[in-house]
Design a protein around this ligand. Structure first.
Ligand code: SF4
Length: 232
């Protein structure tokens, strides 16, 4: 059994999904480890990211600034192929200032690893709102709208080839719609000509492990969409 199969088995992400279109029928999802954005110097991207970070650190545009410990800007690679977006920081993210840490973050990292995606190599990870909602409540529509310009700036900066929206709030917010995840899964949506794929939030998968197989199908679908985009 290969490394990817071992990861998939350990996560309970069965059945293994095999691309219908892939020439090598034994391959498990596409290898999407290539790093994108080769057009702008890294120093420019870092400077722009620092500007966004400063604006977010100073932001008091919505009530969420009142009880935050740290703002959670986002982390990853500028020019990455993948942009992963969740809804809001939780308690551990709030105390560490990093997105997707703790148990949900570990599950996300493991699932991404199974499709050769890594926040240190070829992904950027952030949230719709950058400050933790008190008691982990859902961010309101108004709070999502208030924070949205930061996400748009991050997306412009990273210029990903695909966006993976995790959970109902992140998906609805980025697509500006109001739908359930069940209704949204399995389709390709558009954000400024970047394909958006919807899946479950890893925190939900920890509570509902039976849904991991569906999330795995979504991730494999996303790798297929990315591969098609690169080939087009
Ligand atoms: S959640 Fe966003 S808009 Fe609200 S205070 Fe934090 S950074 Fe500003």
């Amino acid at each position: 059994m290969g490394r990817k199969e071992q990861i998939i088995e350990a996560l309970g992400l069965y059945p293994i999904w095999v691309s219908k279109n892939r020439a090598n029928a034994n391959s498990i999802c596409a290898d999407t480890s290539e790093i994108g954005n080769k057009s702008r110097p890294k120093i420019d991207l870092e400077n722009d990211h620092n500007l966004i970070e400063q604006d977010i650190l100073n932001c008091k545009s919505c009530v969420l600034h009142r009880e935050r410990d740290k703002v959670v800007v986002g982390e990853g690679v500028f020019g990455a192929d993948w942009f992963i977006v969740g809804e809001a920081p939780g308690a551990e993210e709030d105390s560490r200032g990093k997105p997707f840490v703790g148990a949900a973050g570990k599950l996300l990292d493991a699932m991404l690893q199974a499709i050769s995606v890594d926040r240190k190599k070829n992904a950027y990870i952030s949230n719709i709102v950058k400050c933790r909602p008190p008691k982990n409540r859902n961010p309101s529509k108004e709070e999502c709208l208030e924070c949205r310009p930061y996400l748009d700036r991050q997306l412009d900066l990273v210029a990903p080839k695909i966006i993976l929206a995790m959970g109902r709030i992140a998906s609805n917010s980025i697509l500006d719609i109001d739908q359930t995840i069940m209704n949204l899964r399995g389709e390709i949506y558009d954000y400024k000509n970047i394909p958006v794929i919807v899946t479950y939030h890893p925190a939900y998968l920890l509570r509902s492990p039976m849904e991991k197989a569906k999330a795995w199908v979504d991730l494999c679908f996303a790798t297929e969409v990315l591969a098609d985009k690169k080939n087009s």
